[in-house]
Design a protein around this ligand. Structure first.
Ligand code: M6R
Length: 608
């Protein structure tokens, strides 16, 4: 996710902006830039790469001397990481500079309109549209021009705007993307996140959705989008700088678990419209989609577990056979692929060596490839034109959480898209799935309220040597992810088992006091699961169920149950995984493990 900073006051702006951006580096970024107004011009200096590259560029070109400026670190969503696509973006006259976090869904239409009106675009970004819109509406009052611009925007944004003709102000606005104002003494600050201003002040205004700010060196005037003044309480930040980086959470993993509702919302944004799934970036034509013989999914680790959910869902909704392979196996097993197949590669980083090699192997064998990834411009996106981006924002903890849930969302969207184009679902069925998808962010938030109960379980089981996860159907896929999460960060031996397979081997390991997490979210398989729960309970296991709200059979069968809100049966993995992520987190914490950086593991595995 991108970072925004802004400064207005008596000091040179550039060093303050760079320091602020440094504090946001932990969020991940692929390019950076600043815009500073001095007496003669509005200088925009930006570059692909790290802040050190931006510093080098500033040294080359000369550091602008003004004391009014905005800065940005970009995590690409529209357009690859490049100098041109980096923020700030300017209008045709070069008198306006804009930094933006979020996504403008209708930017293509706006861009077309602006081009017809004679505007010239330099970048591929949605953000540049905003700069040209402000130019279009500016008549001497920047707040007014920003308000008129915002009325035209669909999507999410946090904005910082400068105009050369307005040397005494920065204008900012927020809709579904965080923004704060830091209040100094004779100087003021703007930022997307509190850590960027903490060095200067602990007094902030948290800007809410639907608000516009006129920031001068001694005032922060806040209005709603209709122009009415808004009164705000000052928020005194009590966090130390380290805690602030993590948004007040003790670890990135916990922060990322709690970011899942927003990440899912962002991944759905702009892809559901009028009861249909729209994936405008895909170029796969109808004849090809209708003639598809088989789909192969290949991925590693958590992404592989998402792929298993994808198999169930695509087969159910679009009636196409799907094989799922670990990338490290797929690349060497000589799979039977051809032009009537589609290979889906899933990779958060887009850089995993085995997944990349699988992509190449699939292409060599004549298959088209669709990549599901979180990183714009990553290697997988350079090797296939068909990409569905997950919009999870940077994931910093080694243990994948929000990347997994957004991969599931991308797979649901693609499965529904296939079903829609192949007409394997009625309009009404499609509409029901879409409505259920739209409810998911709220349902995840509700699920996360189980944390307190999970803390108790983590304390109870933290010294166990083995913990088992069982489930059937989609629940088995979630069990695998729960087990991986636990072992990778807590180092407790964990194993996932298809519940029906227990008696073919693993039951021998179930003895008095062994904890078993039983996933019971698949209504159609519930009775079978209850029988399996009885099998393990009869051997002395302590069974923790994860079940649909109000399932009294589950409640009777288990020692304890964590309930998730009821949703469509195919969507339960998005909810059921949350208590397992939280359990892994708290078990690791209770055992004193380094939660965000588990031993022997790296975030991105770029070697075989
Ligand atoms: O970047 P990728 O999605 O390709 O990474 C694949 C795996 O290395 C990754 O999912 C790994 O299993 C996670 N750290 C598990 O939490």
């Amino acid at each position: 996710m991108c970072g925004i900073v802004g400064y207005i006051g008596p000091q040179p702006a550039a060093p303050i902006l760079l320091k602020g951006l440094e504090k946001l580096e932990y969020r991940g970024y692929d390019s950076a830039g600043i815009a500073v107004r001095d007496l003669e011009r509005l200088s925009v200096i930006k570059t692909v790469g790290r802040l050190q590259d931006l510093r080098a560029r500033l040294e080359e070109q000369g550091v602008p001397q003004g004391s009014l400026g905005i800065g940005h670190t970009r995590w690409a969503t529209h357009g690859r990481p490049s100098d041109i696509n980096a923020h700030p973006h300017s209008d045709c006259s070069g008198r306006i500079a804009v930094v933006h976090n979020g996504i403008i869904e209708n930017y293509k239409e706006l861009r077309e309109w602006l081009v017809e009106e004679g505007h010239t675009f330099k970048s591929e970004t949605d953000t540049e549209t905003i700069a040209h819109l402000i130019e279009r509406f500016y008549e001497g009052d920047l707040v007014d021009a920003v308000r008129k611009t915002i009325k035209r925007l669909e999507g999410s944004f946090a904005l910082g705007v400068l105009h050369f003709d307005q040397p005494q102000e920065i204008v900012a606005a927020r809709q579904h993307s965080p923004l704060v104002v830091g209040l100094g003494d004779g100087e003021n600050f703007l930022a997307s996140d509190i850590p960027a201003v903490l060095e200067h002040t602990k007094k902030v205004y948290i800007i809410d959705d639907g608000e516009v700010v006129r920031l001068t060196s001694d005032q922060a005037e806040i209005f709603d989008f209709a122009g009415r003044p808004v009164r705000k309480e000052i928020f005194e930040v009590a966090w130390d700088p380290v805690l602030a980086e993590k948004g007040g959470y003790p670890h990135f993993m916990l922060k990322e678990i709690y970011e899942q509702p927003q990440a899912v919302r962002d991944t759905l944004q702009g892809r559901l419209n009028g009861g249909r799934v729209v994936l405008p970036d895909l170029t796969l034509d109808l004849a090809y989609l209708r003639g598809l013989r088989k789909i192969f999914i290949t991925a590693a680790g958590t992404a592989y577990h998402a792929g298993i959910v994808g198999k169930y869902v695509i087969e159910k909704l679009a009636r196409i056979p799907v094989e799922v392979d670990l990338s490290s196996e797929f690349r060497y097993r000589n799979p039977m692929l051809g032009p009537d197949c589609l290979t889906i590669v899933i990779s958060q980083s887009g850089e995993t060596a085995d997944t990349l090699a699988s992509l190449r192997e699939a292409k060599r064998l004549g298959s088209k490839v669709l990549a599901i990834t979180n990183v714009v411009g990553s290697s997988v996106t350079r090797e296939t034109p068909e990409v569905i981006y997950t919009l999870a924002g940077p994931e910093i903890a080694v243990a994948s959480t929000k990347a997994y849930t957004t991969q599931l969302i991308a797979l649901y969207l693609f499965a529904l898209y296939l079903a829609q184009e192949r007409q394997t679902l009625s309009e009404q069925q499609l509409a029901e799935y879409i409505a259920a998808l739209e409810q998911l962010p709220q349902a995840i938030s509700a699920t996360l309220s189980c944390e307190e109960a999970v803390v108790g379980l983590a304390q109870e089981f933290k010294d166990k040597e083995d913990i088992f996860f069982i489930g059937r159907g989609l629940d088995y896929a979630v069990a695998m992810e729960g087990s991986l999460k636990l072992k990778e960060i807590s180092y407790i031996h964990a194993e996932a088992y298809a519940a029906g397979e227990l008696k073919h081997g693993t039951l021998a390991l179930i003895v008095e006091g062994v904890p078993v997490f039983a996933l019971i979210t698949q209504e159609s398989l519930r009775d079978k699961m209850i029988s399996n729960i009885k099998e393990v309970k009869a051997r002395g296991a302590t069974v923790i169920g994860v079940a649909n709200e109000g399932d009294r059979f589950a409640e009777e069968a288990c020692d304890q149950v964590i309930f998730i809100p009821r949703t469509n049966e195919i969507l339960t993995p998005v909810l059921a995984v949350a208590p397992l992520q939280l359990f892994a987190y708290h078990a690791a914490l209770a055992r004193g493990c380094d939660v965000d950086k588990p031993r022997n593991l790296a975030k991105s595995v770029t070697v075989e």
